[in-house]
Ligand binder design. Structure first.
Ligand SMILES: [Zn+2]
Length: 81
């Protein structure tokens, strides 16, 4: 008789995706922070960087969500901090 597992499965891919998600989120946060300190031409530059950081973060988040959906390696999935 086998008992169904309810715990989160060990999944290396999820760990990798989570690390990327965290890293991309931090880059995005830093970019937004730097926006507050810029003005004029510097602001335009910082704005572009923030846009790019946001896109990277969204892609990382989507990949993470998709992996969990397809792989089912998180039973009660949530973002861990
Ligand atoms: Zn997985």
């Amino acid at each position: 008789m086998t008992t169904p597992r309810l715990k989160t499965l060990d999944c290396q891919m999820r760990e990798i995706l989570m690390m990327r998600l965290r890293a991309d989120r931090q880059v995005y946060i830093d970019a937004l922070t730097s926006l507050q300190e810029r003005s004029g031409r510097e602001l335009v530059k910082a704005d572009k960087l923030a846009d790019r950081a946001r896109l990277a973060y969204e892609v990382a988040k989507k990949k993470y969500d998709e992996h969990i959906l397809n792989h089912g390696c998180v039973e009660h999935w949530k973002y861990t901090q």
